[in-house]
Ligand binder design. Sequence first.
Ligand SMILES: Nc1[nH]c(=O)nc2c1ncn2[C@H]1C[C@H](O)[C@@H](COP(=O)(O)OP(=O)(O)OP(=O)(O)O)O1
Length: 157
Amino acid sequence: MRSTTLCLPVQGRPAERILLGLKKTGFGCGKYNGFGGKFEEGETAAAAAVRELKEECGLAACEADLEYVGELQFVFPASPELDHDVQLYVVPTWQGEPQESPEMKPEWFAIADIPYKQMWADDIYWLPAVLKGKKISGRVIFGENNEDVEDITIRSL
Ligand SMILES: Nc1[nH]c(=O)nc2c1ncn2[C@H]1C[C@H](O)[C@@H](COP(=O)(O)OP(=O)(O)OP(=O)(O)O)O1
């Protein structure tokens, strides 16, 4: 299963606002999501997360700014080549301002206004807990269309 990262920049503790990006190309195009992607050769998860955050929305964080909040496995029985796991990070501090990139258009959302209907269908099952400060581990099995959640298990760490 390939490994990816997902960074969730937040303001306030507990989180009051979250920065999401509208994905403009590739996997998850048209959905709002956190910032992340695949590891490069020899890269640690934290280094990949820092690099992808900068590439996708212009925020400069260092590894010490990242708060590890858990791991999710995404399983696509209809398209096993899409299977991947995600190392999740909340990012409460950084340098710079959000900037649109070729991949993502960043936008701040109040926690009450998170656009779950325009996000991956699993997010509503785990993102609220993460934003309340919980650490999680979970597995999501997607349906035939690679979009609907067929089965989901999330546990607190
Ligand atoms: N069901 C899901 N819920 C969610 O919240 N994020 C998901 C998700 N499925 C995938 N992601 C995130 C994780 C990761 O940041 C990204 C998928 O990684 P990919 O490497 O395929 O993305 P990219 O198209 O950005 O590729 P690269 O930037 O080239 O690595 O989407």
